[in-house]
Design a binder for this molecule. Structure first.
Ligand SMILES: Cc1ncc(COP(=O)(O)O)c(C=O)c1O
Length: 464
C-alpha cells in the first residue's frame, strides 16, 4: 500500500476531512466574502454558514440572504433601477436579473457574472385567458418560458453559478424534474464548470433531458422519484466536492426574486391583486414571498399582492397542509401528475412558502391533470404556449375564482414557468394521441391529390 505513487485513494477518503472552501478551491482560504450580505435564519435570525445544507444550526429552517439596504429607497430607488447606463456587455443592462444586482447579490460583481441575457421576459395581457379563468379584467401573463433555456430556472442559475465560480467550485450538481438540469447544464458550460444532474429515470420530459445532454452535463438517471434523487444528491454532496444548486441554495432564490421585481417594474410598481404560480419544491413561491416583502420594506410597492401557489392533485402535500390548517407538511410518498415538473412529494421550501402565502393573505389550490391539460390547451391556443406545469397556475386560478376565493374583478398576474417545446410528448398526446383531449386540434391526413386538398381547404374556409 502506498508504494506505487500512482495509486490514488478513493474519492470519499480524499475529500472527507477537507474544509468546504478548500474542497472547491485551488485557492483554499480565498473564499470570496459573503459581505455585505449575511445568511440568516428567517425564523430565529441566527446566522448560518454559506454551505450545504443551508439550514439554521438551531431550528433547521432554510437560511436566507439578507442584503444591506441600498443607499436610496422608494421613488429614488425606482428611478435608479430604471436608469441603467446603456452598455452592451454589462449584465446590469443586458440581463433582467443583474439589473437588480444590489437587491439580489450586492457582493457579486455583475461584470463577472455567468450570464446569458436571462430575464427581460415578455409580460402579456390576455382577455381570452381572463375569460377562461372567469375574470373580468385582462389576465397578465409573465412568460418565463422565454428565458435562454426555456424556463424560469435561468434566473436563479445565473446567480448560483456565478457564486459557484466566485467560490472556485469545479463541479456543480442538482437533482431535477428536468428544467433545473437543463439550466444548470447550460450555465455550467458557460462558466467552465463540470455539471452533474440527477433525474428520475423515465420521469423527465424529452425536451429537458435533450438539453441537459446537449449542454454536456453528466446525466444520472435515478431509479426513483425527484425526492429520492435530491436525498441521494445531498448525501453525496456532504462528502464530495459538489456545489449543489437546487433551490435550497439561497443564491438561487435571490435570482428567482427578479421574476416578481421585473414584473412590478413593468407595471410601474403598481402591484396586481394576486400572483398565480405553479408549485413543486416551493422554491419559487418562497422567492416571490421574499421579493414582495423586501420590495415593500424598500418602499418600492405599498401593498402586497396575494400569492396563489397551485399544485397538481396527485402531488399536493402543501395545499393539503394549508387547507387543513396543519402545522407540519405530510409528504406525498408517490407523487403523480402529468405535469412532470411539479411531480414532487416532499417539497423542501414548504415552511418559507407557507409564511409567504400567510403574509400576503394568499391561497393555494390543487388541480386535476384534466384541468391542467385544458388550461394548457387554452394557453397554447392563445398563441402563448407553455409546458403542462405552467398551466396549473391558470387552472388553479380558475378554481379559486369559481370558489369565490379570488374576486372576478381582480387584476391577476399568472406566471408561465416553462416553454411549450419542453414537453412535446404531452402536447402531441393531447392533440393526436389515442384519447385526444376535449380541446384537441387533431391533424388531418389527405391523399396526395389536388382535388382532395382543395375540398379540405374549402371546408376549412367555410368554418370561418
Ligand atoms: C416549469 C416549472 N414550473 C414550476 C416548477 C415548480 O417550481 P418550484 O419547485 O420552485 O415550486 C418547476 C420546477 O421544476 C418547473 O420546472
Amino acid at each position: 500500500m502506498g508504494t506505487g505513487g500512482a495509486a490514488r485513494p478513493p474519492a470519499r477518503a480524499r475529500h472527507q476531512r477537507v474544509d468546504w472552501v478548500g474542497v472547491f478551491g485551488e485557492r483554499p482560504g480565498e473564499q470570496p466574502p459573503l459581505e455585505p450580505s449575511r445568511l440568516l435564519c428567517p425564523v430565529c435570525r441566527n446566522p448560518g454558514p454559506d454551505r450545504p445544507p443551508y439550514a439554521c444550526p438551531a431550528c433547521g429552517e432554510l437560511l436566507e440572504l439578507v442584503h444591506p439596504a441600498p443607499p436610496v429607497r422608494g421613488a429614488a430607488l425606482r428611478a435608479r433601477l430604471a436608469a441603467r447606463p446603456p452598455a452592451r456587455h454589462d449584465p446590469r443592462t443586458t440581463s433582467g436579473v443583474w439589473r437588480f444586482s444590489e437587491l439580489i447579490a450586492p457582493g457579486l460583481e455583475p461584470a463577472a457574472a455567468v450570464s446569458q441575457r436571462e430575464g427581460n421576459t415578455p409580460l402579456y395581457e390576455s382577455r381570452a385567458l381572463a375569460a377562461f379563468a372567469g375574470l373580468a379584467r385582462p389576465l397578465l401573463l409573465k412568460h418565463e418560458g422565454m428565458n435562454p433555456t426555456g424556463s424560469f430556472k435561468d434566473r436563479g442559475m445565473t446567480v448560483g453559478v456565478s457564486r459557484a465560480v466566485a467560490l472556485g467550485a469545479r463541479a456543480v450538481a442538482c437533482a431535477s424534474t428536468g428544467n433545473t438540469a437543463a439550466s444548470l447544464a447550460a450555465y455550467a458550460a458557460l462558466g467552465g464548470l463540470r455539471a452533474l444532474v440527477l433525474v428520475p429515470a423515465g420521469g423527465v420530459a424529452p425536451g429537458k433531458l435533450a438539453q441537459a445532454l446537449a449542454y454536456g452535463a453528466r446525466c444520472i438517471e435515478v431509479e426513483g422519484s425527484f425526492d429520492t434523487a435530491l436525498a441521494l444528491l445531498e448525501r453525496a454532496a456532504a462528502e464530495l466536492p459538489l456545489y449543489v444548486l437546487n433551490s435550497v441554495n439561497p443564491w438561487r432564490i435571490e435570482g428567482q426574486k427578479t421574476i416578481v421585481l421585473e414584473a412590478l417594474a413593468e407595471l410601474d410598481w403598481q402591484p396586481p391583486d394576486a400572483i398565480a404560480l405553479p408549485a413543486g419544491n416551493l422554491g419559487n413561491t418562497s422567492a416571490f414571498g421574499k421579493a414582495l416583502a423586501e420590495a415593500q420594506a424598500l418602499g418600492l410597492i405599498e401593498r402586497l399582492p396575494r400569492l396563489l401557489p397551485v399544485q397538481a392533485e396527485g402531488a399536493a402535500p402543501f395545499h393539503r397542509m394549508l387547507e387543513r390548517g396543519a402545522a407540519e407538511l405530510e409528504p406525498e410518498p408517490e407523487p403523480r401528475t402529468v405535469a412532470s415538473a411539479i411531480r414532487i412529494g416532499r417539497p423542501r421550501s414548504w415552511r418559507r412558502a407557507a409564511r409567504a402565502v400567510r403574509r400576503t393573505g394568499g391561497r393555494s389550490a390543487a388541480v386535476s391533470d384534466a384541468e391542467i391539460l385544458e388550461a394548457k390547451a387554452a394557453i397554447d391556443a392563445a398563441g402563448l404556449g407553455c409546458e403542462p406545469a405552467s398551466a396549473a397556475a391558470l387552472a388553479g386560478l380558475r378554481r379559486l375564482v369559481a370558489a369565490g376565493a379570488v374576486p372576478a374583478s381582480a387584476r391577476v398576474l399568472c406566471v408561465l414557468t416553462g416553454h411549450l417545446l419542453k414537453d412535446p410528448a404531452t402536447t402531441l398526446d393531447y392533440h393526436a394521441g389515442p384519447e385526444p383531449g376535449p380541446r384537441a386540434n387533431r391533424p388531418v391526413r389527405v391523399p396526395a391529390e389536388p382535388a382532395a386538398l382543395l375540398a379540405l381547404v374549402e371546408r376549412e374556409l367555410e368554418r370561418g
